[in-house]
Design a protein around this ligand. Structure first.
Ligand code: CUA
Length: 368
């Protein structure tokens, strides 16, 4: 998974917005892939394989709602593919069969008007097809939405922010960011996770294609959805509603873990923040700067909620909402200038000198 992270991380951050930005990132990525493929083919294929295995693939459902959606899309695809084949086939036949030939009389062919049979059939058949598609879709939507929440379901509150995700586990008193941990669900031991979706600012949309469909996070409104991953592993997702400049860097990482591993993770997250006296200076720098207005570190004066909770920052694989791997160098560069990775990120550069920057980074690196 780090392989993929570093592939993403190696992409240069362009400063232009929108489509231009996406296309330049794509070009850079293709150039990068080509370079790797030529110099280290084995490495290239292992990276490619990992990228595909972890990609947010709509064709590889691994959770009950995603299976329902997948079956529905295959059904719709089959019907529309059938229509395409009939229409394109007839068209092709007519084009070939009645093409202009030498010796044609150049007269207009006979025109047909007002055939009730033909007009009825091209009205009624499409109406029936649309009704079938509509009713099947409604059935699947209602089935997913009206599933009764079992008593042992895990509840997580998801709050969308520009440009990151806040995950709160009310029952466990855990707050984390961008990396959602949930238990794996099995037939013998069903453990779905129910998400309550809120927004702190503009509209966002929570979308992890292998686990469920999209659901919007809207300010002043509570939306819900549920996921039920069947296999342990990492599921990638993405904010699916344009929410500002760094919308594309609002990635979601869902770690589905065995119930035992999940319990271990919960225990670890419930621990108070590490208090390492060797980094007291860095902690003091953190506490006397504006960091504390936006971030929380349990057991310190920092109780801000505008930015991610940093109590167990180092238990996360990535920073900046999945944008780069959580390495000491990236962490330092992020604090030094968040715009370096995410132009338009709402975290300000604190203009610390090198000494303070190093001390602060060392402190954050102890927050396991
Ligand atoms: Cu949040 Cu797009």
């Amino acid at each position: 998974m780090h392989e993929v992270g570093s592939t993403l991380a190696s992409l240069p951050a362009s400063r232009t917005g929108g489509l231009l930005r996406r296309s330049s990132v794509l070009t850079a990525h293709l150039r990068f892939c080509a370079a790797v493929a030529v110099t280290r083919p084995g490495n290239y294929f292992s990276r490619l394989y990992q990228a595909i295995a972890h990609s947010p693939n709509i064709f590889a459902p691994a959770s009950a709602p995603a299976h329902d959606i997948f079956r529905l899309s295959m059904f719709v695809l089959a019907i529309t593919a059938g229509i395409f084949l009939v229409v394109a086939g007839l068209l092709l036949y007519v084009v070939v069969r009645y093409r202009q030939r030498a010796g044609d009389d150049a007269l207009e062919p006979p025109q047909v008007y007002g055939s009730n049979q033909i007009e009825l059939s091209w009205t009624v058949i499409p109406v029936l097809i649309v009704m079938v598609l509509f009713l099947t879709t409604v059935r699947v939507i209602l089935e997913i939405e009206h599933t009764r929440e079992p008593a042992n379901a895990l509840n997580v509150v998801v709050i969308g922010h520009q440009f990151w995700w806040e995950f709160r586990y009310p029952k466990y008193g855990i707050v984390t960011a961008n990396e959602l941990h949930v238990p794996v669900s099995s037939a013998e031991n069903p453990m779905p996770t129910y998400l309550k979706l809120l927004s702190a600012d503009v509209n966002h949309s929570f979308w992890v294609p292998r686990l469920a469909g999209k659901t919007d996070l809207i300010a002043n409104r509570v939306n819900t959805m549920w996921i039920q991953p069947e296999a342990a592993g990492l599921y990638l997702g993405q904010c699916a509603e344009y929410c500002g400049l760094q919308h594309a860097h609002m990635l979601i990482r869902v770690y589905a873990q065995s119930p035992a591993d999940f319990a271990k993770w919960v225990k670890q997250q419930q621990k108070p923040a590490v208090q390492d006296p060797s980094v007291a200076e860095g902690r003091a720098i953190f506490e006397r700067n504006a960091c504390i207005n936006c971030h929380t570190i349990a057991g310190t004066v920092a109780t801000g909620r505008f930015g991610p909770d940093l109590t167990h920052l180092m238990s996360r694989a990535t920073i900046a909402s999945g944008t780069v791997p959580n390495t000491p160098a990236n962490l330092r560069n992020w604090i030094k200038d968040p715009d370096h990775f995410k132009p338009g990120a709402l975290m300000p550069a604190m203009k610390l000198d090198n000494h303070d920057l190093n001390a602060l980074t060392s402190y954050l690196l102890t927050l396991r």
